[in-house]
Design a binder for this molecule. Structure first.
Ligand code: UDP
Length: 436
């Protein structure tokens, strides 16, 4: 088990300086900052822990690296623990993830007992987590509730869409889930039957002050990317269509490529010469990434207008800048818990073509912040690509709406605020909390 004093964490995030909530004043306003401080005032010196399965890669790590310093800045003692597992453990939990999101994949009784449960047990053999509130994220460490030496209020936070989870795996997880004091889901529709404890709703969010998400001008974006363009031999003058995500079967990157190849054949587009950039990384708890990356490269088939990039350097600055200068961001997952990349792109004022799936529909408001499509409907994807590429005024209008929509709904300060409300409720300071 790693925690946020471990060398691994420090190497990634430095010395963990608490962040002062006042820094967000210009973005969310003084009243909101005061409200967050008020909520935190009775939680000073209380302990709040997070347990997940990776410090790096994917949306959960992305959020925790902001939530933990903000909470510490508010005077709460916030810690982040990360379980350790073998490659086999991550391969099994990745299969769980896929099966829970509706894919048909196999697992054995040994996978469950010898690897999944045993890894959960081992991680807590010499650990005792005593906290006023502990949030355990996703299925990987879910079973630690019975093996873990936890003390205090315990919440299981599910970031994925469990609504169509395979019955067998869901029935296996349910007794563990029902051992928690409550659960958090991003959306009501993600909750599958059988949960006997209170279910709370908190949507994911992005940190507007992070290196990736701080808002920059278009010119700054192009400047940041100077080396990027030359390294990958991309002409910055050409209109950019961008996709960013892990290389994963649910992210449906092959359909993006198919749609782009079709778009290129369109006469009205030929002159514009758009370029498609797909950026992706590998999460340490996701062993399928490399294989998926190769598959996507094969689909791209050395097309000079398509760039499939893996683990780019200067990740955060480049991704933020790419999202700022892109004409279109595309994210057409077949399943999506939330899709932080959509939030990030909208916050940079870039309209999104998104699939009408899961958390994407909370963010892409058809005709207001972007356009929704069926994940495999190539011709409607091409139609919206063409429409956005050829209508700069419309892009600007959607981009403006997008920034305001994210400010209202999906910034990290809202997420922290909701956690504080929940913590106060669990500790008996306030009641009631809005359950779903
Ligand atoms: N991400 C990144 N570099 C990459 C690909 C993704 O930093 O090459 C980040 C992305 O910006 C986002 C997170 O990883 O913050 C992915 O979160 P999301 O909710 O979109 O998907 P998940 O990986 O959790 O399914």
């Amino acid at each position: 088990m790693y925690h946020n004093q471990s060398e691994k964490y420090k190497k990634l995030y430095g010395e963990l300086q608490p962040v002062d909530i006042d820094k967000y004043m210009l973005i969310i306003g003084a009243r909101e900052v005061e409200e967050i401080k008020r909520l935190a005032s009775l939680l000073k010196n209380k302990t709040w822990c997070h347990v997940n399965s990776t410090f790096e890669g994917g949306g959960v790590a992305e959020m925790l690296k902001s939530v933990v310093p903000i909470a510490n800045g508010l005077g709460i003692n916030c810690r982040w623990y990360c379980i350790e597992g073998s490659d086999n453990f991550y391969s099994i939990t990745k299969r769980f993830h896929n099966i829970i999101q509706g894919l048909d994949q196999k697992f054995t009784i040994e996978d469950l007992l010898e690897t999944y449960l045993e890894t959960n047990r081992k991680n807590f053999e010499n650990e005792r987590i005593i906290a006023d509130m502990t949030v355990v994220h996703d299925p990987q460490p879910c079973a630690s509730i019975v093996h873990g030496n936890y003390e205090g209020k315990l919440i299981w936070r599910c970031h994925i869409d469990t609504s169509e989870a395979n019955e067998m795996i869901w029935n296996f997880l349910l007794p563990y889930i029902n051992n928690y004091d409550g659960t958090i889901f991003s959306q009501r529709s993600f909750v599958k039957q059988g949960i006997k404890k209170p279910v709370y709703q908190i949507a994911p969010a992005i940190d507007p002050l992070s290196a990736k998400n701080h808002q920059r001008s278009e010119r700054e974006g192009f400047e940041i990317l100077a080396h990027f363009w030359s390294k990958y031999r991309i002409d910055p003058e050409r209109p950019l269509i961008l996709a960013v995500s892990r290389y994963d079967v649910h992210k449906n990157q092959d359909t993006i490529i198919k749609a782009f190849k079709k778009l290129k054949k369109d006469k009205s587009i030929r002159k514009l010469k758009p370029v498609l950039v797909i950026v992706g990384n590998l999460a340490t708890d996701d062993p399928e990434g490399m294989e998926m990356y190769r598959k996507i490269q094969n689909v791209a088939d050395n097309d000079p207008d398509i760039h499939t990039l893996l683990n780019i350097e200067n990740n955060d600055e480049y991704i933020g800048a790419l999202m700022r200068v892109a004409k279109i961001f595309i994210h057409i997952s077949t399943k999506e818990g939330f899709g932080l990349v959509v939030t990030e792109a909208l916050w940079q004022g870039t309209p999104v073509i998104g699939s009408n799936v899961g958390g994407i529909t909370l963010q892409v408001i058809n005709g207001k912040t972007g356009f929704l499509v069926e994940p495999h409907n190539v011709s409607s994807i091409v139609t919206f690509m063409r429409y956005l590429l050829t209508n700069p005024d419309e892009r600007e209008k959607l981009g403006y709406n997008a920034i305001e929509y994210i400010r209202e709904n999906f910034l990290i300060t809202t997420l922290v605020k909701k956690y504080l409300i929940l913590m106060r409720f669990l500790l008996g300071i306030d009641f009631p909390y809005f359950k779903i």
